[in-house]
Design a protein around this ligand. Structure first.
Ligand SMILES: *Cc1c(COP(=O)(O)O)cnc(C)c1O
Length: 379
C-alpha cells in the first residue's frame, strides 16, 4: 500500500537547526516537541535534537510526556499543561518535571510524590504578560511560599522558574523588555522566599535568536527547530535554519477540459480557456487550509501551478494550463526553502491561509504518511 501523500521529515535538518540555534543563543536548549513535534513525529525529532546537543524536551501534556518515555526516551522533560484534577503520579514516576502554575496543582504534585515515596521535581511558571497559564502576580508569592515549604519537607524540589513571551517575533516590541523586568522581579521574590532554581528560562525561538536579555539558562525552541524563521525570513537572513518537512503527493487524475468548465464545489472557479486539470489526493483533512483557496500553488511539472476552486476534504484541483502532465507525476505542496528549488514553502502557505507556519505544520492530517530521513535509532 502506498500513501496518497507523504510528509518527508529530514532529521538532519532538525539536528542542524539545534546546532545553529545553540551557536547563536549560547545556552542550553529545550527542544519543544509538543503536538507530535509540530506534526513531524515527536520521538524522532526528540532523538535528533538530543543527538545534536539539546539537553531538554518540552511538551504540553502528560500524555505527550509519557509517550516519549514509552518510546524509550529518558532525557530531561518538562510538561506544563494539566487537567484540572490531574493525578501527577504518572509524571512523577516517569521522572518528568512538572510545570506548575497554581497552588492547587502544587498540592496535587506534592500529594503524588508523597504517595509514591519519591520527590517530585517542579518548575514554577509565572505569568509575565501573556495572560495564559503561569501564576499571576498576586498568586506568585503564595505559590513560591508553598513550594519552599514542600521543598523543606523533602517532597518537592524546585528546579526551575520560567515564563513565556508575548511577541518576541516582533523586532523592537516594548512588551519583551517589560516581560524581562517582570520575570526578574518574580525570580527575586522566589529567591527571597528561599528557593534556589538552577534552571531559569523565558525565551522561545525568536528570543533565542534575537533577544539576549531573555536567554537566561535555557531557551525553549519550537518553530525554529523545524527550520522556520520566527521572523518570517526565507533564504539568506534566516540564520541558516533549514526546513525539515517536505509535503508531497502525486497526480491521480488528469483531464483536458474546455473553457467554461466549473471546478470543485460551488463552483467558484470556471476555466477561462481550454486547459488541463490535475487532481491531487489531498485536501483540508490532510492539512491544506481552505482559506488558501485562490492563492495557493504547488510545484508540478517543473513549475508553480495554482490550486483552483474550493479545497475539499480529500482532494483539490490544479490548473496546469497546457503543461504536459500525467497521472503519477510528483507534486510538491511545500518544501524547505532551498536554492535552486522554487517550490512553495510552509511560510508561503501560512501567508496564503492568513495564519502562521505553526498552524500549517501542526495541521498536517494523520492520513499523511510520515517518512523520516536520517533517523537515529537510539539516544
Ligand atoms: C510552544 C512553546 C514554545 C515554542 O515556541 P516557538 O515560538 O515555536 O519557539 C516555547 N515555550 C512554550 C511554553 C510553548 O508553549
Amino acid at each position: 500500500m502506498t500513501a496518497l501523500a507523504e510528509a518527508v521529515v529530514d532529521l538532519d535538518a532538525v539536528a542542524g537547526n539545534v546546532r545553529t540555534i545553540a551557536a547563536v543563543a549560547g545556552t542550553e536548549l529545550m527542544a519543544v516537541v509538543k503536538a507530535d513535534g509540530f506534526g513531524h513525529g515527536a520521538p524522532m525529532v526528540a532523538r535528533a535534537a538530543l543527538g545534536a546537543g539539546a539537553g531538554w524536551l518540552g511538551v504540553t501534556s502528560a500524555a505527550e510526556a509519557l509517550s516519549l518515555r514509552a518510546a524509550g526516551i529518558a532525557a530531561p522533560t518538562l510538561s506544563w499543561l494539566h487537567h484540572p484534577d490531574e493525578d501527577f503520579r504518572a509524571l512523577v514516576d516517569a521522572d518528568v518535571d512538572v510545570g506548575v502554575s497554581t497552588t492547587t496543582h502544587l498540592h496535587a504534585v506534592a500529594d503524588a510524590a508523597h504517595r509514591l515515596g519519591v520527590p517530585a521535581t517542579v518548575q514554577l511558571k509565572v505569568d509575565t504578560g501573556l495572560s495564559r497559564n503561569g501564576a499571576g502576580e498576586h498568586d506568585w508569592p503564595e505559590l513560591v511560599g508553598w513550594a519552599r515549604k514542600y521543598e523543606r519537607d523533602g517532597g518537592v524540589r524546585v528546579r526551575g522558574v520560567w515564563s513565556h513571551l508575548v511577541d518576541a517575533d516582533v523586532p523592537g516590541s516594548p512588551a519583551l523588555s517589560r516581560q524581562v523586568v517582570a520575570f526578574e522581579d518574580a525570580l527575586r521574590l522566589a529567591r527571597r522566599a528561599g528557593l534556589d532554581p538552577d534552571l531559569v528560562h523565558l525565551a522561545n525561538s525568536a528570543a533565542a535568536l534575537r533577544a539576549p536579555a531573555a536567554r537566561f539558562d535555557l531557551c525553549r525552541i519550537g518553530v525554529a527547530l523545524y527550520g522556520v524563521d520566527p521572523f518570517g525570513a526565507t533564504g539568506p537572513g534566516n540564520f541558516g535554519l533549514r526546513g525539515a518537512m517536505t509535503l508531497r503527493s502525486s497526480v491521480v487524475n488528469v483531464k483536458r477540459v474546455p473553457a467554461g468548465t466549473g471546478v470543485s464545489y460551488g463552483p467558484e472557479y470556471v476555466t477561462g480557456s481550454p486547459t488541463t486539470l490535475a487532481l491531487l489526493p489531498l485536501g483540508f483533512a490532510d492539512g491544506l487550509p481552505r482559506p488558501a483557496q485562490g492563492r495557493a500553488e504547488v510545484w508540478l511539472a517543473g513549475r508553480r501551478c495554482p490550486i483552483v476552486g474550493r479545497i475539499a476534504m480529500d482532494q483539490c484541483v490544479v490548473d496546469v494550463g497546457d503543461l504536459p502532465v500525467s497521472v503519477g507525476d510528483p507534486v510538491v505542496v511545500f518544501a524547505p526553502d532551498q536554492e535552486g528549488h522554487a517550490a512553495p514553502t510552509v511560510a508561503e502557505w501560512a501567508r496564503w491561509a492568513g495564519t502562521n507556519p505553526h498552524e500549517i505544520l501542526t495541521g498536517i492530517g494523520a492520513r499523511v504518511a510520515r517518512v523520516h530521513l536520517h533517523e537515529k535509532a537510539e539516544i
